[in-house]
Design a protein around this ligand. Structure first.
Ligand SMILES: C[S@@+](CC[C@H](N)C(=O)[O-])C[C@H]1O[C@@H](n2cnc3c(N)ncnc32)[C@H](O)[C@@H]1O
Length: 315
């Protein structure tokens, strides 16, 4: 359920006459992630992960240190659902700092080769277009077709990571993904799984209630596919109570132009998903979006969206 501030004042009319497009496109395809969306969210994701890293870093270091001791083999990192490589861009320097001289070998796995094609050349990684179900093959050391670029005999440790992925998975996919990693003695760092709550300010009483209706319709839309959405983390932690979790919220402020663009896209897509589930909300959603955009233009809208990061090592 949404968590809104109902005290703030919201004007119902825009102050300027700028034409804004609040047409809501309900052709939502949750399976199709666009590269420009990933580019838009990358700075906010990085800032969010900077918030959770201090809580996770000691446990990751404690797992890595003994495994990397006594040899100079690489640390193999598989980024599952890698998209355009944002997770690797954020994580590589931090893991390098923890890996005390051991090289990192990256494999980027994604079922969408359009996105893998957008990985910038600066990121040295093997790209594999495939499903999460291909993970065991990528982690199986002895059958590695390219021992120098995947887990070969000299690999000191294997690490599976993912960001902004778990909420897209079904329960079966999630369970299998985690089980496959642990069965291969790989640790898991899964970042930026969406939480159930978000807070938008300012929002007045009627708009706060409308936001709750839109939110309920949004979750209804998410639930139509079999994706777990915000329930993914609870499922993972219920099955693996030793998992370490840390909050990685987006904290967006319309005064920052990069945040403003992200907020606009985020709110538009939320509204569209809500209307796709509840077509009768089209008109109220359109005017709700107009009022949020008026706030955006004035640089006075803030959004806090909960995410959770999880670290889980094999027992
Ligand atoms: C929201 S994007 C996140 C991309 C990237 N990790 C990031 O943080 O920018 C989710 C990614 O997971 C990929 N994905 C979703 N389900 C998948 C599956 N079953 N197998 C492989 N990739 C999958 C999508 O193609 C997409 O690139």
């Amino acid at each position: 359920m949404s968590d809104h501030n109902a005290d703030s004042n919201t004007e119902s009319n825009t102050e300027d006459n700028t034409e804004i497009n609040t047409e809501i496109n309900t052709e939502i395809n949750a399976d199709r992630i666009e590269p420009d969306w990933l580019a838009l969210r990358e700075p906010a994701d990085a800032a969010a992960r900077d918030r959770s890293w201090p809580a996770l870093r000691p446990a990751i270091a404690a797992w890595l240190t003994p495994r990397l001791a006594g040899g100079d083999g690489p640390l193999h990192v598989v980024d599952a659902g890698a998209g355009t490589g944002a997770n690797a861009r954020w994580l590589a320097p931090r893991l390098t700092a923890l890996a005390s001289g051991h090289p990192l070998r990256w494999t980027l796995l994604d079922h969408d080769d359009r996105l893998l094609a957008h990985v910038p050349p600066g990121l040295t990684a093997r790209r594999v277009c495939g499903d999460l179900a291909d993970l065991p093959g990528l982690l199986r050391r002895s059958e590695s077709p390219e021992p120098e670029s995947v887990s070969g005999p000299g690999t000191r440790a294997t690490f599976v990571t993912a960001s902004a992925l778990l909420d897209l998975l079904t329960a079966d996919q999630l369970d299998r993904f985690v089980d496959d990693a642990l069965a291969a003695d790989a640790a898991l760092l899964v970042a930026l799984t969406i939480g159930p709550t978000w807070r938008l300010e300012p929002l007045d009483g009627p708009d706060a209630r409308l936001s709750d209706r839109l939110d309920a319709a949004f979750h209804e839309h998410q639930g139509r596919g079999r994706a777990l959405g915000h329930r993914a983390i609870d499922r993972l932690v219920d099955r693996h109570p030793r998992a370490l979790r840390a909050d990685s919220p987006w904290q967006l402020n319309a005064a920052d132009p990069a945040d403003a663009a992200l907020i606009d896209r985020f709110l538009t897509e939320r509204a569209a998903a809500a209307v796709a589930a509840r077509p009768e909300l089209r008109d109220p959603a359109r005017s709700w979006l107009e009022r949020r955009r008026a706030d955006l233009r004035r640089g006075r809208l803030t959004v806090r969206l909960e995410h959770t990061d999880v670290w889980l090592s094999p027992q």
